[in-house]
Design a protein around this ligand. Structure first.
Ligand SMILES: [Zn+2]
Length: 146
């Protein structure tokens, strides 16, 4: 993790340079290529991080006025991150958004998806399920025809 953490001090890092660097950090040469979102995970302090592109979250982030609905729904349970293409810039932006309110359970990335995190795999997973189910119930009660 140490070499990954040092990258945070860079002003910018292109996708090709980033992927070459990440491949150089592999501990098993037969591992698949690291995800473009590896640094996003690495820059968060939690031991466990989950990331999905859950339909219920995207339904709300992608609709006009959706971010406002999500902010009303979740309050300070999650941090909100404006849309940026996945890569180094997004990883740095997510870390900055998280550090503004480190008590959050997760982060909603506008027009991208959702992250949850925790000290255990179960805590992170449970938060993901709960956040997504909260969005599902909201859609059902507020947006679906009765
Ligand atoms: Zn993603």
């Amino acid at each position: 993790m140490e070499p990954l953490h040092r990258l945070r001090n860079l002003k910018s890092l292109g996708d090709v340079e980033m992927m070459n660097f990440l491949r150089g950090c592999l501990v098993d040469s037969k591992s698949p290529d690291p995800s473009v979102e590896t640094l996003l995970h690495a820059f968060l302090p939690h031991r466990f991080v989950d990331h999905t592109h859950a339909d219920a979250i995207l339904t709300l982030t992608n609709m006009p006025g959706g971010e406002g609905r999500l902010r009303d729904l979740f309050g300070r349970r999650v941090a909100f991150v404006p849309y940026v293409m996945p890569g180094f810039e997004l990883a740095k932006l997510c870390a900055t958004c998280f550090e503004r309110d480190p008590d959050v359970e997760g982060m909603i990335l506008i027009k991208h998806g959702i992250f949850s995190f925790g000290d255990s795999a179960l805590e992170s997973y449970t938060r993901m399920i709960d956040l997504v189910e909260t969005a599902e119930k909201y859609i059902e009660s507020e947006l679906m025809a009765h």
